[in-house]
Design a binder for this molecule. Sequence first.
Ligand code: NAP
Length: 248
Amino acid sequence: MPLSNQIAVVTGGARGIGRAICLSLADQGATVIAADLNAEGLAETIKEAESRQLTGQIVARSLNVTDESAVEGFVELVVEEFGKIDILVNNAGITRDGLMMNMDDEQWDAVINVNLRSVFLMTRAISRHMVRARYGRIINLASVAGMMGNAGQANYAASKAGVIGFTKTVAKELGRRNITANAVAPGFIDTDMTRVLPDKVKEDVKQIIACRKMGTPEDIAAAVTYLASPSAGYVTGHVLVVDGGLNM
Ligand code: NAP
């Protein structure tokens, strides 16, 4: 299998896109450490993995990706237990929507912390090990909102635009060490994050998507799994948009 003997860390692996990424990487042979705050969701991810004939395996670890010392401790423990980290998928993300003029500091800070600062914390801690190993695949979840903007999501769009700039910089800094860094920018994907939106909003968005439907977590997992694979070794600094033709 393409990812046999590979160790992957996926943040936000307890549900939605993160869970699909964990299952897809394990299906390709990887040992996946699903890191999340949500213990119940992680247990579901493990249960789902056990019900399938996966070549690899998924193990769950509790982690708040915004807690710097927890991130450092988590990375040291993973390296001690599994020997290395080949693949990092920064997927954990939140929304706290509201019009910019009414947005309070808490809404802004929470989203920037989880969606952007955590990507820096995780990447800094794990890339040190990747540099030593002269191998790494870093994949960050951005969003078309970070490319197009989105009314009601100034915090979210800014965090995701930040993720894109961060990813390109990491690609430039670490390329010579055989480490690639790419972003995947999903469009409108059917997960808990979008399920809370009113039906009218969902229908309106579908009308501006060329494929006229929402994407699935598996659509995003397939893109991430490609970028994590040895076949994508010459792809770096790229933003792979997976949006059914929303942003074009
Ligand atoms: P989701 O269903 O809301 O799942 C997000 C996961 O991240 C949850 O398990 C959540 O745990 C976890 N998480 C949140 N804060 C965390 C923290 N501080 N530490 C550790 N884990 C944390 O989201 P999704 O729709 O799968 O989205 C996954 C990624 O894709 C996000 O980065 C999102 O911005 C991006 N994205 C999604 C869409 C979409 O349409 N769904 C579109 C574009 C981009 P809890 O259960 O404890 O909250």
